[in-house]
Design a protein around this ligand. Structure first.
Ligand code: URP
Ligand code: ZN
Ligand code: ZN
Length: 484
């Protein structure tokens, strides 16, 4: 008879392609068998017909990142990973940020020090390239990509982070040569500056004006620009945190031309609107993130984009700043201008329960789409598949057993992040992870955490799956051929 360490009985096992009743046998942290299993197991969990999904892969979250004001990210690898795990996420991919003037290897080394001994779930790193010097592009980046850091983010906005078009072209051509995945934050920085100046001159400083500085047409324009550079170079890119219909249509148009454009959206674009920024007093600061939440119409369109396959990734963009703190949203006080408020909303724990509740159980999407967006898609795009992102023999036993029978009202007091609010306070949900398993260890069961700090391991990423397949003919030949 088969021997295993853990047996999950009678689950509704869901992957990105199927959903079926069965048992899962786990040994040495890996899934060894799926089906109707008769085995000798040290431990058995009865799933009772509940969904069993692959552990979530959060392809975009910010933990313990340096800032350029006096604000401090409220979550580090300890609190961030614990919060992630309670919400059913067993792999996190936060960002090693290059400081302008310094190297990217230094940033990666520093970030390892911040993660070491802290994370309770497995993690990979995205890099953020802010200074693509000759040395970074020709020495550091190639070395890092070969060593398992195969994806990075670049910004078109934020003074301390943004690249100009020349730099973006150089970076994208390197990504093409090396097979890496570039994630692009697409917003038009000059327009943001111009509108910010106009608003401040008019004395309009409240949090809601953050949304006015970032009209959808200019996110669309930046998205179009990023796609054009990707098309010129013929390199896959992923547009992060797409917030609205206009930008989504640019992506859809590019995808329908056969371009390798991938896209991410986040809970804040399905569940919040710009009206939230217009909350009483300084409360709107809680919802300041970039791009900002949009209209109800945009929400509906993003749902449609999820349903029809425009998006491959659903991330939290967890960007945790405490509200009532001089290290958080009030770093410049509570009377301050919208442009002095740290950007970002928390959501690492609520990402999966929100989409399971409002997406799957409310019948907007099926369970396969849920798994694809929250786990399989990011695992493939960031080179972690099939170790992560699916339920299959040989894959890591990262699993979530869901409770979808109990309705409850979400409140920040139920969450484990180090933030003093959730933007989703008061939401009625009927899905929450009952058991969370990471590499065969039952780290959460019925609300109890049983995981040693630092048990999470660093995951080297393979080259991203979409980037492995594109045409790698000479870049100049390709551009010349288009001209003549
Ligand atoms: O407002 C946001 N999203 N802050 C986090 C940084 C980023 O651009 O993802
Ligand atoms: Zn961004
Ligand atoms: Zn982000």
């Amino acid at each position: 008879m088969l021997n295993c360490d853990l047996l999950i009985k009678n689950g509704e096992i869901a992957t990105a392609s199927d959903s079926y009743k069965g048992d899962i046998a786990i040994k040495n942290g890996k899934i060894i068998q799926i089906g109707e299993i008769d085995c000798k197991s040290s431990k058995t969990i009865e799933a009772d017909g509940n969904f069993v999904t692959p552990g979530g892969v959060d392809g975009h979250c910010h933990l313990d990142q340096p800032t350029d004001d006096n604000s401090v990210f409220a979550d580090d690898f300890e609190t961030g990973s614990i919060s992630a795990a309670f919400g059913g996420t067993t792999t996190i991919i936060p960002f090693a940020l290059q400081i302008k003037g310094k190297g990217i290897k230094a940033a990666v080394n520093e970030y390892h020090k911040k993660a070491d001994g802290k994370s309770i779930v497995d993690y990979a790193f995205h890099m953020i390239l802010t200074d693509p010097s000759h040395n970074v592009l020709n020495n550091e980046l190639p070395d890092l990509i070969r060593s398992g850091y195969t994806h990075f983010k670049i910004y078109m906005t934020y003074e301390a982070l943004k690249l100009n078009d020349l730099e973006i072209l150089k970076v994208l051509s390197k990504a093409r040569a090396l097979g890496a995945m570039a994630m692009i934050h697409a917003e038009n920085d000059d327009c943001i500056t111009w509108l910010t100046d106009l608003l401040l001159e008019a004395g309009k400083i409240a949090p809601k004006y953050h949304a006015v500085t970032r009209p959808t047409i200019m996110e669309q324009e930046a998205t179009h620009s990023a796609i054009s550079m990707s098309e010129l170079i013929d390199v896959p890119i992923l547009i992060v945190h797409v917030s609205n219909e206009r930008s989504m249509r640019e992506i859809q148009k590019a995808q329908s031309k056969g371009l390798n454009i991938y896209a991410e959206t986040c809970p804040q674009y399905l569940f919040l609107t710009s009206k939230d920024l217009d909350s009483k007093g300084f409360e709107g600061a809680k919802y300041i993130c970039s791009p900002p939440p949009r209209s109800l119409h945009d929400q509906e369109q993003i749902w449609l984009g999820i349903k029809t396959g425009v998006f491959q990734v659903f991330s939290s963009d967890h960007s945790p700043f405490r509200f009532d703190s001089d290290k958080g949203k009030k770093v410049e006080g509570s009377e301050t201008k919208f442009c002095n408020v740290p950007n970002g909303v928390p959501g690492i724990e609520t990402r999966l329960p929100l989409l399971m509740s409002k997406g799957v159980l409310d019948e907007r999407i099926d369970i396969q789409k849920f798994v694809s967006l929250t786990s399989t898609g990011p695992a493939k795009i960031y080179g972690l598949y099939p170790r992560k992102g699916t339920i299959a023999p040989g894959s890591d036993a990262d699993l979530v057993i869901w409770d979808t029978k109990n309705k409850f009202t979400l409140s920040n007091s139920l969450l484990h992040h180090n933030v003093d609010y959730t933007p989703y306070e008061g939401f009625e949900l009927n899905a929450w992870p009952k058991s969370v398993i990471s590499r065969g260890e039952l780290i959460i069961h019925d609300g109890d955490l049983n995981a040693k700090l630092g048990r999470g391991i660093f995951l080297k990423s393979d080259l991203p799956m979409p980037a492995r397949t594109f045409d790698k003919s000479s870049l100049l030949d390709r551009i010349e051929k288009k001209v003549f």
